[in-house]
Design a protein around this ligand. Structure first.
Ligand code: SF4
Length: 110
């Protein structure tokens, strides 16, 4: 599985996606039960509020080989400060619509 990771721009200063990489490597969290090898093919931020750039950034990662897109937990769960993205649902739904069924979408990482 080739994953493109999208994270929240607002939390970059306090989180370097360390846990996202760890759970992918160790197949924990949202990746529990995945048997195939996980390769991270790209890491981008949402581009900043309101997050519209996440859609084109996801599409670009798919173009470059990603067959799955993972939304870092800073977006959907608000880690590490307990402040989820107010636009998470819209961002996720739009990426799903644009990417289609051939791209697996993880709505959180851990
Ligand atoms: S749109 Fe959401 S994910 Fe992106 S910077 Fe703003 S709060 Fe973070």
């Amino acid at each position: 599985m080739k994953i493109g990771l999208i994270r929240c721009l607002q939390t970059e200063d306090i989180c370097q996606a360390t846990t996202d990489f760890k759970v992918m490597k160790n197949k924990k969290g949202a990746f529990e039960g995945i048997e195939e090898e996980i390769e991270i093919v790209g890491v981008v931020s949402c581009g900043g509020c309101p997050g519209k750039k996440a859609v084109s950034r996801a599409a670009e990662m798919v173009k470059r080989g990603a067959d799955a897109i993972a939304m870092a937990s800073c977006i959907s769960r608000g880690t590490p400060i307990g402040f989820p993205c107010p636009n998470a649902e819209m961002i996720i739904d739009t990426i799903k619509k644009k990417a289609g069924d051939s791209v697996r979408l993880f709505e959180f990482t851990h």
